[in-house]
Design a protein around this ligand. Structure first.
Ligand code: GTP
Ligand code: SF4
Ligand code: MG
Length: 416
């Protein structure tokens, strides 16, 4: 069941509805592939069709396109039985209806899924043919059911559906498994580099650092916390190499120089790009730096509202490094807390902090909004590593993402 689904398991998204409403067309639009056969003959899909995919920014899912379940007769019963079986492995239900035809049949499906504690998105498809009934829609919304309008054959509304799936997905699926505990086996050492400069808060560590230490302890890993000046000496006292070195992004260059090449190294904010956001999307976002030119507007967003002190990373250091890299004057706009702009269209790039104070769902929503607006989004650590020329090094703890980056970079003929 959805609430107990082990982390890392694919989220099973079942697509249900009457025959001919466009379930298979919707799956094809989502995957941009002809996964399921579509025709205007009712009852085209006879057996459930499964399509595993990486649904950015949600993660690994499997869509299950089912046979329409409204038909009668012996063959119909068989189909209904097969479709009902899919209900048993559905973590998230999509009920598809033709725009004007939400009725008792769909309500029964809704009740069935609700009885199983499975979250639901209602899709009113074929809105190009008109006929959305505002009262039906209001009734669904009043009961907390997310409603999305689509024209599956034209791919319309697919991004809205993506956002709705993210909103209703069970929390244990949306929450990423760990910050770094999965990167350091039990009994092995991670070295955390924490500069104590005038930007560091008095008398305490910041949340990403504290959460990282706790995560290592939760995973029975060991942890050595040092300032950047002491890293080299600290490493020389260890009798075996650490499994990971994590630094504050501000000390990236020094830490990269002092950490042996074969030791994976990254920054706290890159760890948080994976933990709170979507690392693969944000890596692609960092590559958009190469397309920036003088005069472009860049949004720098922080999830909390701390007071900037001295050489603040978001207000001073990132603008400086990025301007140097681009070789032209960029226009930076800063937002904090919940003030993420509605209209992202003026921006050529969004750079987000590690987002340690907001939950992953909120960060993923922001990523989706950027995607909808066609604006690349990345994060502090990634953009710093990129503009300092140590991007591959900073991705070394994440081989799959590094591989994806290399492929993309070679296709685009990138600088690093
Ligand atoms: N106008 C319009 N036609 C659509 C839309 N979506 C699907 N169709 C058409 O509706 C018909 C049925 O589509 P399918 O995707 O096969 O429907 P289904 O729900 O999978 O049907 P079964 O497999 O029989 O249960 C096809 O002719 C599609 O081209 C839409 O948004 N607008
Ligand atoms: S919310 Fe962002 S800016 Fe605030 S402490 Fe966390 S990572 Fe830093
Ligand atoms: Mg079908």
């Amino acid at each position: 069941m959805s609430e107990q689904a082990p982390r890392g398991m694919r989220l099973h998204i079942g697509i249900f509805g009457r025959r001919n409403v466009g379930k298979s067309s919707l799956l094809n639009a989502f995957t941009r592939q002809q996964v399921s056969i579509v025709s205007d003959t009712a009852g085209t899909t006879t057996d459930p069709v499964e399509k595993p995919m990486e649904l950015l920014p949600l993660g690994p899912v499997v869509f299950i396109d089912t046979a329409g379940v409204d038909d009668e007769g012996a063959l119909g019963e068989l189909r209904v039985a097969r479709t009902r079986k899919v209900l048993d492995r559905t973590d998230l239900g999509v009920i598809v209806a033709c725009a004007a035809d939400w009725g008792d049949f769909e309500e029964a499906l809704l009740a069935e899924l609700a009885g199983r504690n499975v979250p639901v998105v209602a899709v009113l498809n074929k809105v190009d043919l008109g006929g959305v009934d505002a009262r039906i829609e209001a009734g669904l919304s009043a009961r907390g059911v997310r409603v999305v309008h689509t024209v599956a054959t034209q791919g319309q509304g697919i991004l809205d559906l993506r956002a709705a799936l993210l909103d209703v997905a069970p929390a244990d699926f949306v929450d990423a498994p760990s910050i770094l505990g999965d990167l350091v086996p039990p009994g092995e050492v991670a070295v955390l580099v924490v500069p104590i400069d005038k930007e560091a808060p008095k008398g305490r560590l910041i949340l990403p650092q504290v959460q990282s230490i706790r995560d290592l302890l939760d995973h029975d890993a060991w942890c050595l916390v040092v300032k950047e000046r002491e890293l080299r000496a600290a490493l020389s006292t260890l009798n075996r190499a650490p499994r990971l070195v994590v630094t504050d992004s501000q000390a990236f260059l020094k830490v990269a120089a002092d950490t042996p090449q074969d030791v994976p190294m990254t920054s706290f904010s890159i760890l948080f790009s994976r933990f709170k956001g979507d690392l693969a999307t944000m890596v692609q976002g960092a590559m958009a730096v190469d397309g920036l030119k003088g005069g472009d507007k860049v949004l720098v967003a922080e999830a909390c509202s701390h007071h900037p002190i001295g050489e603040d990373i978001g207000r001073v250091k990132i603008p400086r490094w990025l301007t140097q890299y681009v070789g032209g004057k960029l226009e930076f706009v800063h937002v904090q807390g919940h003030d993420f702009p509605e209209d992202l269209s003026p921006y050529r790039l969004v750079i987000h902090c590690g987002s340690c104070t907001q939950n992953r769902r909120e960060m993923l929503n922001r990523i989706l909004r950027c995607r909808r607006a066609g604006v690349p989004v990345t994060n502090y650590g990634l953009v710093i590593a990129y503009s300092l020329g140590i991007f591959e090094r900073a991705l070394s703890p994440f081989p799959a993402v590094l591989e994806q980056y290399r492929e993309l970079a070679s296709r685009q003929g990138n600088r690093e």
